[in-house]
Design a protein around this ligand. Structure first.
Ligand code: FE
Length: 136
């Protein structure tokens, strides 16, 4: 899947998204820890991109990282994600974007649990939860 296969103009994004979704997905914003929709959610389901609907993460790989943001130790399919170097705010981090629409999702850290040792630290505003196990 190529980067930005799902393309909208900035005006179309502003109409489609809530102001909070726009600030995070399109302006690389970060929502407050522990004050977002999914950080403490434990239901079975799939987390889709709030910009384009791509299925990105599952409850099966979600865990309590203590960060206050929804955290996953693996994605459904890493080819659906674009990883970019982010040197903003005086840090060097790995930014995670949706490969399909280019929307900012969060960051990837190397302090996650087994088996990957990685932590996909996402913004709830970038995701839309769909109840039920994958394929149902
Ligand atoms: Fe997307």
């Amino acid at each position: 899947m190529s980067m930005k296969e799902f393309h909208l103009t900035e005006e179309e994004w502003r109409k489609k998204l809530t102001p909070q979704q726009y600030r995070v997905l399109r302006e690389q914003g970060t929502e407050p820890a522990f004050q977002n929709e999914y950080w403490n959610k434990h239901e079975d389901g799939t987390y889709c991109c709030a910009g384009c609907g791509a299925e990105l993460f599952r409850s099966a790989e979600k865990y309590d990282s203590g960060s206050g943001w929804p955290s996953f130790w693996e994605a459904i399919d890493r080819s659906k994600l674009a990883l970019l170097e982010d040197r903003s705010h005086g840090m060097v981090r790995v930014e995670v974007r949706c490969a399909r629409c280019g929307g900012h999702l969060g960051h990837l850290f190397d302090d996650g649990p087994n088996p990957t040792g990685e932590r996909f630290c996402m913004n709830s505003a970038s995701l839309e939860f769909q109840t039920g196990k994958e394929g149902e």
